[in-house]
Design a protein around this ligand. Structure first.
Ligand code: PGA
Ligand code: ZN
Length: 390
């Protein structure tokens, strides 16, 4: 039974305000904190931010109030398993997606404690999936909205496949450090500064130059998050000096798949540019993961419309707001035979909830940035521990 819920304003990894929520039940106190994106899709549930002079308008005191005054009163005395249902009844937009998520994560942790099982086990019983440790996608080169002066594509990830998570982590870390030396020798020291997710930001000419370097230092699979919505102009795509049509950018994707070890492409087109997604799916959908992020927003209505546009989903808990809805979205992805990629946000905290979530959903992959920086490795280190516990 929920005794009390309290929220406060803290800073995330980018130094922007976010929420930390604590819930007290008979089993103890459960604390969670809320991530925030930079390249957000427009179909995500909205964050409640103050819009006043504090923190350049980004303060979250209204969301804190929403937890402390509205949600806490509604949930007091109820079982934590009721929390998502009750908050959905009030309405996420009234409460703020960030307020709702902080409480939802705490409620999930409290329910696990009530059952006396680890969080991943509790989530596995809700999702009815067998637990399994996902393959990590390490974002080792940052561009787009996550870095200044890098390439247009937002993320270049290496995805090792060494059988065990611990081995994948070691491979990711070793490759990260090899890349650091390589970039230093090609571009100089300024190219090993890091972006929001801990990846390096080389002053490379374009994505091909980056892929060429990655091809030299690793034989791991490579996933790219294009985040194409960030460089769209009308229905065209601004890459360097060029403004490309859908057909032209499809041929670029085909070329990099043929030339490099690229096995996954995320958000290759804008979130409403269905014709581009369709073309790409027809051309390469058998061999490569076409991963919807902004396209889907972890939202089942969007996923239904995108049935024939992709074959994998990004699952971000703050895109949808409650853990219940996130678990439902993962089941729906399975019904459509899609792969599931659980993901952090570019603005993170040290909360490692998504590590347990990925294991409990039996997710195929997890994205938590580079194998470096505290808020990124918090998730990877938790996954190592879970692997040992299993
Ligand atoms: P975001 O980026 O968290 O800044 O939205 C992550 C992604 O696009 O996958
Ligand atoms: Zn993305």
């Amino acid at each position: 039974m929920i005794k009390s819920i309290k929220a406060r304003e803290i800073l995330d990894s980018r130094g922007e305000p976010t929420l930390e929520v604590s819930m007290e039940t008979g089993e103890g106190v459960f604390t969670s904190s809320v991530p925030s994106g930079a390249s957000k899709g427009s179909y995500e549930v909205g964050e409640l931010r103050d819009g006043d002079g504090r923190y350049k308008g980004k303060g979250v005191l209204k969301a804190v109030e929403s937890v402390n005054d509205v949600i806490a009163k509604r949930l007091k005395g109820k079982d934590p398993s009721r929390a998502d249902y009750e908050m959905l009844k009030i309405g996420k937009s009234a409460l703020g997606g960030n307020a709702v998520l902080g409480v939802s994560m705490c409620a999930c942790r409290a329910s696990a404690a009530k059952e006396g099982v680890p969080l991943y086990k509790h989530i596995s019983s809700l999702s009815r999936e067998d637990v399994s440790v996902p393959r990590p996608c390490f974002n080792i080169v940052n561009g787009g909205a996550h870095a200044g002066g890098g390439v247009d594509f937002q993320e270049f990830m290496i995805v090792p496949d060494k059988g065990f998570f611990a081995e994948n982590l070691r491979c990711g870390s070793e490759t990260y450090h090899t890349l650091k030396s390589e970039l230093e020798s090609i571009y100089g020291k300024s190219s090993v500064n890091v972006g929001d997710e801990g990846g390096f930001v080389p002053i490379a000419k374009d994505h091909k130059e980056v892929l060429e370097i990655l091809g030299k230092i690793t034989d791991s699979d490579i996933f790219i998050d294009v985040a194409a919505g960030e460089f769209m102009e009308d229905e065209k795509y601004r890459l360097g000096e060029k403004l490309l049509s859908e057909e032209e950018i499809v041929s670029i994707y085909k070329e990099i798949i043929d030339s490099y070890n690229v096995k996954g492409i995320e958000d290759p087109f804008g979130e409403d540019s269905f014709s581009g997604w369709e073309k790409l799916k027809q051309e390469i959908g058998e061999d490569v993961l076409i991963i919807g992020d902004d396209l889907l927003a972890t939202n089942m209505q969007r996923m239904r419309r995108a049935k024939n546009l992709c074959n994998a989903m990004i699952l971000k808990i703050n895109q949808i707001g409650t853990i219940k809805e996130a678990i439902d979205a993962a089941s729906f992805a399975r019904d459509m035979s899609w792969e599931v990629v659980v993901s952090h946000r570019s603005g993170e905290t040290n909360d490692d909830f998504i590590a347990d979530l990925a294991v409990g959903l039996g997710a195929d992959y997890i994205k938590s940035g580079a194998p470096a920086r505290g808020e990124r490795v918090a998730k990877y280190n938790r996954l190592s521990l879970i692997e040992k516990m299993l």
